[in-house]
Design a protein around this ligand. Structure first.
Ligand code: SF4
Length: 158
């Protein structure tokens, strides 16, 4: 049976000191309810307090991470291009570059490769199709997001 082009695996290794995927003005990171719980706990805050401080909502009400007003880049990218909440980072960040939109076809993947030097890097490892599928699922779950706390199970949070 025919599956996605990436089912046989894709070569990738995230490059240290890179941070290019986070260093994009206007980038959007959708938050899942688990992200909100985990990061708020890490910051020693209740979820609503943390959402109020470090998140904003999109035009349709989903919660996303805030960006810096000065340059539009994620508030968690430090001056050394490192994520300052790396151990608890949102699952959508963990899932990059394995987002559905990037993997949609070879053309989208080529465009992703221009932004991500980890794809086909010299030290890249073959990431198997099952692992990629888990990341795609994770990205999709995060993109659905949530619009209130505690998250509602109504139509708009599906
Ligand atoms: S752009 Fe690619 S290689 Fe660079 S930090 Fe992001 S995932 Fe890693």
């Amino acid at each position: 049976m025919k599956g996605p082009w990436w089912k046989g695996g894709v070569r990738f290794a995230c490059q240290s000191q890179c941070g290019r995927c986070c260093d994009e003005p206007g980038g959007i990171v959708y938050l899942s309810p688990d992200d909100a719980r985990r990061i708020a706990d890490h910051e020693g805050l209740e979820v609503p307090e943390w959402l109020n401080r470090d998140a904003r909502t999109t035009y349709d009400g989903r919660y996303v991470l805030k960006s810096r007003e000065s340059d539009g880049v994620c508030i968690h990218l430090d001056e050394n291009k490192q994520c300052d909440i790396y151990s608890v980072r949102p699952q959508q960040c963990k899932a990059f570059p394995w987002w559905g939109e990037n993997l949609a076809d070879k053309r989208s993947w080529s465009q992703t490769k221009e932004r991500c030097p980890g794809i086909d890097a010299e030290d890249a490892l073959l990431i198997d199709g099952a692992t990629i599928r888990l990341h795609v699922f994770s990205d999709r779950t995060s993109s659905k997001g949530f619009r209130s706390w505690p998250p509602s199970t109504g139509f708009w949070n599906r």
